[in-house]
Design a protein around this ligand. Structure first.
Ligand code: 5GP
Ligand code: SF4
Ligand code: MG
Length: 468
């Protein structure tokens, strides 16, 4: 998912318009539903629907979202069905007043908390983990009078003190916007500034679009409050020590984030480019062309071509009218056919030994079709190179990877996968190579989907030893 928030009270009444643009730039993070909640200082105005940002909002809808502050959300489901009742931001009225919540991440103990809350009489309208946070907020008993920032922060701390997992979250009341990032910092969140106004967004590309300046990341375990008195930062949990182990999602760098974002302090494009260079060092091969699987494989393929000296060519063309298959929740559509999304260029590929570069292999079904398509277009050899290690473990922290059984690398060795996808050879980037390319310590990141080393415990953890 993606989140965006802007506080422009007193300067602009167009917070919802900026949020619309911000969400548009974050559309790659979720294509199922989107929503904006705007505050006019007294009331929260809400609009949420299924579909793409550009289809949900028009001038008429945006005009109704009055006010100088707004938060927004684009969703793809990790928990809870793809249904409008699960669209965010959630907006409720409770004893503390009106509040809206937008969440990127996944809470690992939400089911248990929900069962406990339900047994105590809470009624849930949606099936997302985020609604649990809203209930916990309503039950919090902090100091300070309801409606004050002190009360709000106390409630947020008490609520988030009970949950575990990944959350980059925005809260908005009629008087303030609050941004928080969980102590391990799984999902990104950045702070920006637009002509004296404060902006929060999942990725810097949203800041670029509205011509806001990137100020810095919201730190893991930080809570940022934006209201009439400006911006201030505190620790989310006052007792928390400076973290020695962070869990920033390395898969954001590999696939999820946009290449034009600065993520966890580094350019995503630069990082992917160096993944490709490292991949060429680890898995060189004699070939005539380096071809990316667009769009996700492009920066790594450029790096591979540079490092290897093999010419780069766009041997596959991508339809711009097909979304990210990764976040397409319906298997039927995912399997509708790679052909809908990609076509191979016969004139480029005929008679060539081709290195195909992609970011990841998940089920292996797409890769198999791509390899076959390239061969059918006349390539004499197809060597598949993947700019991440084998994806062998499901993610429980906000990326919707399939179950272990569906992940081809959890049940097959690399040579077996090469055979399955019908490639002449297959090479994955090593875990060491991944961090060498990022130029950072592994202790700053989560890589559980590759290593099986889960940083936060959760129920029904799969067997720790890979199947083979
Ligand atoms: P596969 O060969 O595993 O079917 O598909 C791999 C390719 O599709 C990669 O380009 C990857 O970006 C994308 N993809 C499709 N489905 C998923 C998914 O569920 N998770 C991830 N990480 N990538 C996927
Ligand atoms: Fe990211 Fe993988 Fe960790 Fe999930 S398990 S947070 S996808 S690195
Ligand atoms: Mg891809």
């Amino acid at each position: 998912c993606g989140v965006f928030g802007i506080w422009a009270v007193g300067h602009s009444e167009e917070a919802a318009n900026f949020t619309y643009l911000g969400l548009h730039a974050l559309q790659h993070r979720g294509q199922e539903s989107a929503g904006i909640v705007a505050s006019d200082g007294e009331t929260l105005h809400v609009h949420r629907d299924m579909g793409l940002v550009a289809d949900i909002f028009n001038a008429e809808v945006l005009a109704k979202l009055k006010g100088g502050a707004a938060i927004g959300h684009v969703r793809y489901s990790t928990t809870g069905a793809s249904h409008v009742k699960n669209a965010q931001p959630l907006a409720v009225q409770y004893a503390g007043g009106a509040i809206a919540v937008a969440h990127n991440g996944n809470l690992v103990n939400a089911e248990a908390l929900r069962a406990e809350l339900e047994s105590q009489g809470s009624i849930f309208t949606a099936s997302t983990d985020t609604e649990v946070v809203v209930h916990l907020l309503a039950r919090a008993r902090p100091t300070g009078a309801p409606g004050t920032v002190e009360h709000l922060l106390g409630s947020i701390r008490q609520a988030l003190g009970k949950v575990s997992g990944a959350y980059s979250m925005l809260f908005m009341t009629p008087k303030a916007i609050v941004g928080v990032r969980d102590p391990m910092g799984f999902r990104p969140l950045v702070l920006g500034r637009l002509k004296g106004n404060w902006v929060l967004a999942s990725e810097t590309t949203a800041l670029d679009l509205i011509e806001a300046d990137y100020v810095r990341e919201v730190h893991p375990g930080e809570i940022v409050v934006i209201d009439a008195s400006g911006v201030r930062s505190e620790r989310l949990f006052p007792e928390q020590r400076p973290a020695t182990r962070l869990g920033r999602c390395v898969f954001e760098h590999i696939y999820f984030a946009r290449p034009d974002s600065v993520l966890f302090g580094r350019s995503v494009y630069e990082v992917r480019h160096s993944f490709g260079k490292q991949l060429a060092k680890e898995h060189s091969v004699e070939a005539d062309l380096v071809v990316p699987v667009p769009d996700s494989g492009v920066p790594a393929a450029i790096g591979y071509a540079e490092q290897s000296g093999i010419p780069f060519a766009m041997g596959l063309v991508r339809s711009h009218y097909v979304g990210r298959t990764f976040i397409e929740p319906q298997q039927s559509i995912r399997h509708f056919g790679v052909k809908l999304k990609l076509n191979a260029l016969r004139g480029v590929l005929t008679g060539k030994r081709v290195v195909v570069v992609d970011d990841s292999v998940v089920r292996g079904t797409t890769s198999r079709k791509i390899v076959k398509m390239i061969r059918a277009a006349g390539a004499t050899e197809v060597h598949l190179r993947i700019s991440s290690p084998p994806t062998a473990w499901p993610c429980y922290y906000g990326i919707d990877t399939p179950t272990r059984q569906e992940l081809i690398a959890s049940t097959h060795t690399t040579p077996e996968i090469a055979t399955y996808v019908t490639a002449d050879s297959l090479g994955y980037l090593s875990l060491e190579g991944l961090y060498a390319a990022i130029g950072d310590e592994r202790t700053g990141f989560c890589d559980a989907c590759f290593s099986g080393e889960y940083l936060i415990e959760f129920p029904k953890r799969p067997a720790q030893t890979p199947l083979r």
